[in-house]
Design a binder for this molecule. Structure first.
Ligand code: ADP
Ligand code: ZN
Length: 599
């Protein structure tokens, strides 16, 4: 096993669990594997595929992901192909023939194609095992349900003797049970890796409006100069406005969403992978399976719809990295509407609720995340905003009373925006028409900026002083707990709002504390930088010759190792982690020659 790992993938040792999983599969037993994104799931079935007789069938939901995996296997000298609707017929014929001749070690296939081929091609070839990638797609309880996955259950019936390994990066307890049941796994062993990624910092910012978000994002990117990052947005429109805002400020940004033509999407992805743009503004669809080692930050412009989505998206960043999430009442209202109108109202509302709890937490955020995935922690992480800056509280009774009193005086007929206008004394047409400017509380909260009201109102919602009537134009309704504060029976304790950005300007203090100088070239002295650039150029030339993305030829990580170790013989080149036999023979000469010129 270790020999195969070294020969084909160029790695010296297995990561936790990989070896056990491989051994288990070699014994022809079923398994369910839970490993976070980037944990190294693929090797768990790719090595058994190489060691078993026959062809391993890998079911994968995304064509782009399949393409990536197959290219990467082929550049390691492993016979693999993908059958999907993107291929033309001659291509598919060829693949079918190779399968029948037993030439392929791995065949990637989409679920639709699999069902279509189940009675034909699959009957005629020697299958070593089935691997179901992104297995959570089978479960309605999973966050990325795909109806075509549900039919995969028939595999067991049709091929009772062939083992099945199901793999996923995100599955809570219910999803796990559902995968086992629907795939009809036989006494599967369940392998769960830790989901903890301690070097991923976690920060949430509450109640920011668009302008403030833009400013916070620019500050954030300024602190991550030269580092790639992703901004996830809820809508296609938003990806465009955010990208425009960035470009106006001199930051190279691309957009990526399902509404774009495939060609433009691929272009965006390639520009990002090859560092032609620094930022991608994307909807959730972006980033599955991309292997880009210098992604150093992820921003969520809007609240994600579930913790699974959130965790998977921040998982696209390498280590160490910073993540930032914006949380606003408007997002919450919109996502609640989506969840309510979805086919699975209760499930989606519950998932959103858990996400909301995360965003509102005043205890260590990592503990909440890990707890969600079934890992209990007894210690705070020290690398989230709550741990770094524990919330300070103050007696906010008067603030709460002002807000609740304004709600009460409108007969509870206003939403947050109107409420803030009343409190701030902003006269607008609707307000005037409803005569809210006659209310006693009109302008009573003028001393507090609107953005802070947004924050306090979110806190009040979290404390249960009012509820949002989603079925009544999102009007705010005072709860009994709210009444207690309003009528002076209870006190209300609020969290002090901190806005580091303003401090930043004056003292430049924040910058020093938070900035992580993790430039892609960090630690590389001059001269070394030139070598790195030269290696990159060579990689690009070789990749272009084969029409492959550059990172498939060699990853950035490998390039960094080359700069550090400067191998001057092909043998030494082959000893670099991530370079297997095949790449050694194919690329060794060219790279070694280049490095020699530098040494
Ligand atoms: P996942 O599918 O779990 O998101 P991948 O299988 O794509 O993760 O692996 C993530 C990265 O880790 C890949 O670049 C892979 O080559 C690398 N990797 C996997 N196993 C090892 C290992 N044993 N040693 C070093 N790198 C590894
Ligand atoms: Zn923490």
């Amino acid at each position: 096993m270790l020999h195969t790992l070294k020969t084909y993938f160029g790695y010296d040792s297995f990561r936790p669990q990989q070896e056990e999983i491989i051994r288990h599969l070699l014994q022809k037993k079923d398994a369910l594997v839970l490993m976070p994104t980037g944990g190294g799931k693929s090797i768990c079935y790719q090595i058994p595929a190489l060691l078993c007789e026959g062809t391993a069938i890998v079911i994968s939901p995304l064509i782009s992901l399949m393409k990536d995996q197959v290219e990467s296997l082929c550049t390691n000298g492993i016979a693999a192909a993908a059958l999907n609707s993107n291929n033309d017929e001659t291509e598919n014929m060829q693949i079918r023939r190779s399968c029948m001749e037993g030439k392929l070690k791995l065949l990637y296939i989409s679920p639709e194609k699999l069902l279509a081929e189940a009675n034909y091609l699959l009957r005629d070839i020697h299958i070593s095992f089935f691997a179901i990638d992104e297995a959570h797609c089978i479960s309605q309880w999973g966050h990325d349900f795909r109806p075509e996955y549900t039919q995969l259950g028939i595999l067991r019936e049709m091929f009772p003797r062939i083992p099945i390994i199901a793999l996923t990066a995100t599955a809570d307890k219910l999803t796990r049970q559902d995968i086992v049941k629907q795939m009809r796994l036989r006494k599967p062993r369940i392998f769960i890796s830790s989901f903890d990624r301690p070097n991923l910092s976690l920060t949430v910012k509450r109640g920011y409006q668009q302008k403030e978000k833009s400013k916070a994002i620019l500050d954030f990117i300024e602190r991550h100069r030269g580092e790639s990052g992703i901004i996830y947005c809820m809508s296609r429109n938003k990806t465009e406005t955010v990208a425009q805002m960035l470009r106006k400020n001199g930051i190279r940004a691309a957009i990526y969403h399902a509404g774009l033509e495939t060609e433009r999407r691929n272009q965006a992805q390639e520009d990002f992978i090859n560092d032609r743009v620094q930022v991608v503004c994307a909807t959730v669809a972006f980033g599955m399976g991309i292997d880009k080692s210098n992604v150093r930050w992820v921003i969520h412009y809007n609240l994600p719809k579930s913790i699974e989505s959130f965790y998977q998206e921040i998982g696209r960043a390498g280590l160490p990295s910073d993540t930032l999430l914006f949380y606003s009442m408007a997002d919450l209202i919109l996502l609640t509407k989506f969840a309510t109108e979805s086919g699975q109202r209760d499930i989606n509302l519950e998932k959103l609720h858990r996400m909301q709890q995360y965003a509102e937490a005043d205890i260590c955020r990592r503990r909440i995340l890990l707890n969600y995935f079934g890992e209990q922690r007894t210690h705070d992480c020290g690398n989230c905003d709550v741990c770094k800056n524990p919330p300070e509280r103050f007696d906010g009774t008067i603030i709460v009373q002002k807000a609740l009193s304004a709600i009460a005086r409108t007969n509870q007929q206003v939403g947050t925006q109107m409420l803030i206008d009343i409190l701030r004394g902003n006269l607008n047409a609707e307000l005037k028409e409803k005569e809210y400017h006659q209310l006693k509380t009109y302008g009573a909260g003028r001393d507090i900026p609107a953005r802070d009201w947004q924050d306090y109102l979110l806190q009040m919602l979290q404390l249960g002083y009012f509820e949002i009537a989603y079925n009544e134009n999102n009007h705010l309704k005072i709860t009994p707990a709210g009444s207690d504060v309003l009528f002076g029976r209870e006190k209300a304790s609020l969290v002090v709002i901190r806005r580091e950005e303003t401090k930043d300007k004056k003292q430049n203090k924040y910058r020093k504390v938070v900035s992580t100088p993790q430039l892609p070239l960090a630690g590389i002295e001059t001269g070394e930088e030139e070598l790195f650039e030269a290696l990159k150029a060579l990689r690009k030339r070789l990749a272009d010759e084969e029409v492959l993305p550059a990172y498939i030829v060699l990853s950035d990580k490998v390039l960094h190792l080359l700069v550090q170790q400067r191998p001057t013989t092909i043998e030494a080149f082959g000893n670099i982690s991530g370079i297997g036999e095949y790449k050694k023979r194919k690329y060794g000469q060219a790279f070694v020659e280049l490095i020699r010129r530098f040494v």
